[in-house]
Design a protein around this ligand. Structure first.
Ligand code: FAD
Length: 329
């Protein structure tokens, strides 16, 4: 039966050009439903935010402005990365220690196996515990650029070994990394999934994923995790992009694919940071809303020490600042 206003219907007004094309598309093509909006009354999702330790005084100020801006959103935890080969060991420690001392936040320190013996890694973990840090993001880490990963002769070989070692140091809460698009060094996607399970079985309580841009990649991965018997949370890592060229470079290094549509959205914004920021906010907001509409209620944000996009996207997800904690503008 014809739709009452289909072009073939006698009641249809005469249409032409783009209007006709839109009408034809609406009448005959798939009707794209909106992502359902979440009203008030739902508990907000659980968030975590990732920062990197600053190298200079100016970056230190930027990081602390970012921490203070996001603090009222009361994330479950915030994490601080560890530079390649332990290069930021002191700065990572100083940052998490200051977060413990001066904020209401619960910090997690990233720790890697690269370039250090077990004894040295254990000593860093003991220091964290003594400073009141109870949560570690345990990683293998990456080799210096251009080199292949080789474990330290007396070191932890893989993140699963590090998790087991940390559990012997103290009863840390431990998060580990997961890869919806498979880690670049993995023998196969199934081997990589076995590895994730090994890390969780060794004592980690959650996985945080590498970032991805197509939500179904993560949702398919979740399904594969479930089929592999993984019961722990596999929290999606969200990277709000405001610098597309930089995101392309990062993605090539870490094995995250950059879909054509993303390049198309950022096309022509190379010298237009304001538009890039708005496009980045739109992309990430659509991604998290789609995940939320599919039942995902935990998100980890790679903030790159810039709060604006993360704050706005958290707001869209239904997170509101906690009264009593000052929100800097
Ligand atoms: C949320 C998150 C945070 C990160 N933070 C940091 C950071 O702070 N500092 C940093 O330097 N890097 C960081 N990284 C990057 C990470 O260190 C790299 O991706 C690294 O190459 C792998 O680390 P992993 O812990 O996943 O390694 P693993 O889990 O050890 O896996 C590494 C590779 O080895 C394979 N593998 C594991 N066990 C075996 C086995 N027994 N036999 C054969 N193959 C095996 C895996 O399949 C995988 O391909 C982070 C990544 C994520 C997703």
């Amino acid at each position: 039966m014809n739709h009452p206003l289909s072009p073939a219907s006698p009641a249809a007004p005469h249409a032409s050009g783009p209007f006709q094309a839109a009408l034809d598309r609406w009448m005959t093509g798939p009707r794209v439903p909106a992502i359902p909006a979440r009203g008030a009354g739902h508990a907000p999702p659980a968030l975590s935010f990732e920062f990197f330790p600053p190298k200079t005084e100016a970056l230190e100020q930027q990081l602390w402005a970012c921490i203070r801006r996001l603090e009222p959103l009361q994330p479950r935890f915030v994490s601080v990365t560890y530079g390649a080969g332990g290069s930021t060991q002191e700065r990572t420690h100083a940052t998490v220690a200051r977060i413990v001392a001066e904020t209401t936040l619960h910090p997690a320190a990233h720790l890697t196996c690269v370039g250090a013996s077990r004894e040295e890694v254990d000593a860093v973990a003991h220091r964290y515990w003594a400073a009141g840090i109870r949560h570690i993001v345990a990683l293998r880490g990456d080799p210096p650029p251009g080199e292949r990963y080789a474990p330290h002769p007396q070191g932890y070989r893989y993140a699963s070994d590090l998790v087991a070692g940390l559990k012997k140091v103290a009863d840390f809460e431990i998060s580990v990394a997961a890869y919806p698009e498979t880690h670049p060094d993995a023998e196969s996607a199934n081997h990589d999934l076995d590895n994730l399970k090994r890390k969780l079985d060794a004592g980690a309580t959650r996985a945080i994923t590498q970032y991805f841009f197509d939500a179904p990649r993560y949702l398919d991965f979740l399904e594969r995790c479930y089929a592999a018997g993984i019961k722990a949370s596999v929290v999606p890592g969200i990277m709000p992009v405001s610098n597309y060229a930089q995101a392309v470079r990062f993605s090539a290094m870490c094995g995250a694919s950059v879909p054509d549509w993303l390049g198309h959205l950022f096309e022509g914004t190379e010298n237009d940071p304001d538009t890039r920021k708005m496009v980045g906010a739109f992309v990430a907001a659509e991604q998290v809303r789609l995940l939320q509409a599919n039942g995902v209620d935990e998100f980890h944000f790679y903030t790159l020490n810039r709060p604006d996009l993360t704050y706005a996207i958290a707001h869209i997800l239904g997170v509101r600042p906690m009264p009593g904690i000052a929100t800097p503008p």
